[in-house]
Every structure is written in C-alpha cells, then in structure tokens.
Ligand binder design. Structure first.
Ligand code: GLU
Length: 280
C-alpha cells in the first residue's frame, strides 16, 4: 500500500449535489489509482446549520455512488477540544486577536482602507487596548478570534514571504494577504473551517488534498497555519468546478441536482460518474 492519503470532507448543511459527487469521485478515484486511501471527514462544526439527516444522507449517497472509506469517520463536532487547544496555542503566541466588530462594521473598515484593499479585512487601524477589550467582554459583547497577518509576519520573519505549496503539480507562492485577517474562531462555534480543516489534515496525515478551485484562496491561509503550527504540508490539487447547462455552479439550494433527487428520478451512479470524465 502506498502512503497516499486523501480525504473527502463535506459539511452536512444540505444534501450532496453533483458538484460534491465530482469532487468525491476525483478523491476516491485518485486514492484507488495510487493504491492509497480516501478518508471521509464530516465537517460539522457549525451546529446551527448542520443537521443529522444531512449527515446520514452523505453516507447513503456516497455508498450509492460506490465509494467506501475506513472507519471511524472523523466528525469534527467530536473534537472541539483539539481546535480549542490550537486556538490557545495561537493566542499564547499573540497571533490572534479578539474582533468585536459586526459584519457591517468590518465592511465599513474595508471600504475606508487606504490602498483599495478590495473585500479583504486587514485588521483594525489601532488595536483595542486591554482596558477597552475587558470592558467589552464584561458588557457581554460577542467577538470572534481573527488571525493577525501582521503578527504572523513578525513571528515568521523572512519565512513568511517564502511560504510555498504545490498546487496541481506547480510550486505556488502562498499569499495569505489575499484573504486578510480571517476568522479562526467564533465565540459560539469556538473554531472555524480554516482552523479545524487544517488541524485535521495534519492529524489525519493527509498527503494530498483534492478539492474545488473555490477553496484555492483558503489554501494560502492553510499554508500559513501549517508553518506556524509546524504541521506537514500536503500536495494540493484544486479541480475545476462543475457547472449546470447555464454555466452556473451547483449549489446546495438546487434541489433538482441533489444526488437524492437524481436517484429518485432514476439516474444511475454509472451515468453520474461518467459525466465527470473530463473534469480535472
Ligand atoms: N467542508 C468543506 C465544504 O464542504 C470542504 C473542505 C475541504 O475540502 O477542504 O465545502
């Protein structure tokens, strides 16, 4: 058996659709081709949006497509303590800060930023003092933990500029600034996609990550987290996204394209998988 380990990591916030099936077929297909393994991971940190019937449907739909994975399946909701520990580590190093701003306030800050920062938040102009922060906490104001790219840059020194990863076989310079000071934990959830996903890719010894190009921007932040945490850096493969006849991406809200609906309409797994033949 080779040491190729990849994963398919859906969130049970809706039924899987053809886009998910395409991603899964690449991940499971590559694992088989390389004599490795594809793990299934349930990314269910958001208890507000995730639902047990959707998780059950993930198992059923993937089985129906013919995919198999080793047990036990990692369910992120059972490992919140691990993510808290990682956040604590980042806090101890001074690499995250509390952000009390509402979404609207963050957008206003972005609009006011000097060099046309686009839609990216690069942190407050002046950090909150300890006293101001304490009084906000005491008054019960909610906050999120954001990664401070400024602090990361200082922490890593010249290594920050030299961060690279392999994407689709090509060496790629990581540019975390393109995403800015992302949220790493919310007060209610205690973690975020970026933190939990990167943590688990390391914990599960993932060697190769196969996912859609919609997540390429996230990889730049994941690469930075790997450097800070001393985690290994997997190879990345970001595949093109499947679109419907109108060129629109499949989304969880398109009920007609869910695997359930297709199955009920008499579609076969063979036909669905065959339709991904040209996908890279
Ligand atoms: N859970 C993420 C999603 O459903 C995918 C995470 C990943 O593949 O990195 O979009």
């Amino acid at each position: 058996m080779s040491n190729f380990i990849t994963r398919f990591a859906p969130s049970p916030t809706g039924y899987l659709h053809k886009g998910h099936a395409a991603s899964a077929s690449l991940a499971f297909g590559w694992a088989q081709m390389r004599g490795g393994v594809c793990l299934l991971r349930i990314e269910d940190i958001d208890s507000q949006r995730c639902r047990p019937p959707f998780e059950q449907a993930i198992y059923e739909d993937l089985h129906w497509l013919g995919f198999r994975w080793p047990d036990p399946v990692l369910r992120q909701s059972e490992h919140l303590g691990d993510y808290r520990k990682t956040l604590r580590h980042l806090r101890d190093k001074g690499l995250v800060y509390r952000c009390f701003k509402t979404r609207k306030q963050v957008l206003e800050d972005i609009a006011r930023a000097p060099h046309g920062a686009g839609s990216v938040y690069h942190g407050p102009r002046r950090p909150l003092g300890n006293e101001a922060e304490q009084s906000l906490i005491t008054s019960g104001k909610t906050y999120a933990w954001r990664l401070s790219l400024k602090a990361c840059r200082e922490h890593l020194g010249s290594a920050y500029e030299g961060l690279v990863f392999t994407n689709n076989g090509r060496k790629t310079q990581a540019n975390p600034d393109a995403l800015g000071d992302v949220i790493l934990a919310r007060k209610d959830v205690g973690t975020s996609y970026h933190l939990a996903c990167t943590h688990d890719d390391a914990k599960q010894n993932i060697t190769d990550i196969i996912r859609g190009t919609d997540l390429l921007a996230s990889t730049h932040i994941h690469r930075l987290l790997q450097e800070i945490m001393g985690w290994p850096v997997p190879n990345y493969h970001h595949h093109g996204l499947l679109t419907d006849r109108d060129g629109k991406r499949f989304a969880k809200r398109d009920q007609a394209q869910t695997l359930r609906a297709l199955r009920q309409a008499g579609e076969t797994p063979q036909n669905i998988l065959a339709s991904f033949a040209g996908l890279r």
